[in-house]
Design a protein around this ligand. Structure first.
Ligand SMILES: [Zn+2]
Length: 82
């Protein structure tokens, strides 16, 4: 679910809003004004950061699996070295 940053033109309050199924947030949590602007520059920053984090997690996972595979292979070779 995309998280967007909103700016309320009525009170100047900036907040993050989760947009569920394309339903826009229409009122400010601070003053309940309806003059909101969705700041379009932020979602890409958020998703880039998320992508970077998940890629790092995936790489770490791959490394662990590779190590386990290597270990299993080595055990197999040791046990069948005749
Ligand atoms: Zn406001």
């Amino acid at each position: 679910m995309p998280i967007y940053d909103y700016l309320c033109h009525e009170c100047g309050h900036e907040f993050e809003g989760l947009v569920r199924k394309e339903i826009e947030i229409t009122d400010c949590p601070s003053c309940h004004g309806n003059d909101l602007e969705r700041l379009l520059s932020m979602p890409s920053v958020h998703s880039e950061a998320r992508k970077e984090r998940s890629m790092r997690a995936a790489r770490k996972r791959d490394k662990i699996q590779a190590t386990e595979r290597e270990y299993t292979q080595r055990q197999y070779e040791l046990n069948h070295d005749d």
